[in-house]
Design a binder for this molecule. Sequence first.
Ligand SMILES: NC(=O)c1ccc[n+]([C@@H]2O[C@H](COP(=O)([O-])OP(=O)(O)OC[C@H]3O[C@@H](n4cnc5c(N)ncnc54)[C@H](OP(=O)(O)O)[C@@H]3O)[C@@H](O)[C@H]2O)c1
Length: 186
Amino acid sequence: MAGVTALQALRAAGAVEPGQRVLVNGAAGGVGTFLVQLAKDRAAEVTAVCRQEHRDLIAGLGADRVVDYQREDFTSLGPIFDIVFDVAASRPQRHLSRLLDRRGRCVVVGFSSLRRLAGVALSRRARLLTADNTDPADLAVLGRLVDSGRITPVVERVYPIAEVAQAFEHLESGRPGGNIVVEVDF
Ligand SMILES: NC(=O)c1ccc[n+]([C@@H]2O[C@H](COP(=O)([O-])OP(=O)(O)OC[C@H]3O[C@@H](n4cnc5c(N)ncnc54)[C@H](OP(=O)(O)O)[C@@H]3O)[C@@H](O)[C@H]2O)c1
C-alpha cells in the first residue's frame, strides 16, 4: 500500500526530472521511504524531512540532504523546490507554499492526514492524493522496481498475525521508520 501510494504521488506531481529539487515531509514513514527512493531513481535532488533518529536510515536511501524538523524549520529553506511531497501534514499549507519556486507544485498524500487537514484550504499549486491501492498494474510496476534492486522496501518490524493489535498501536504512535509488516500464514 505504501509503495503504490508513493508511486501514484510521484505521478500526481507530473514528470519528476533529473536534477529537479524535491522535498519529502514525512520521509521516514511507510510512504516517505518509498518516495525518497522513487525520486532518487529519477535522479532528482532530494531533501528529506524527519527526526534525528531516522537520519541515517534516510541518508542510506540516497537523500541528498536530511533535515531534522525538531532542530530546523524546514519551511525556511527558501522557495527552491520544484516538488514538495507532504506525507506528514505537520505544517499548514501556507508554510509549505513558501518552499515552492515559481513553477513548483505540492502533492499532499492524504488519508489519516486528512484529519489534520480538515477545513484547511489547499493552495492553488497543491494537489491532494488519496491513492487507489487496488491497482494491480501499479503493484506490478513496484514489483519490477524492487526485483531489479532500484528500490528497497524498508521494513522496520514484522509482527505475526496474532499481534496485529500491537502492530497497529505501533503504527499509530506515528514513530515507525519505514514499514510494518503483518505476516499471515496461509
Ligand atoms: N490509500 C492511501 O491513500 C494511503 C496509503 C498509505 C498511506 N496513506 C496516508 O499517507 C500518510 C502517511 O502514511 P505512512 O504510512 O507513510 O505513515 P507512517 O508510516 O506512520 O509515517 C509517518 C511518518 O511521519 C513522520 N512524522 C511524524 N510527525 C512528523 C512531523 N511533525 N513532521 C515531519 N514528519 C513527521 C514520522 O517520522 P519521524 O519519526 O521521522 O518524524 C513517521 O515516520 C497517512 O496520512 C496515511 O493515511 C494513504
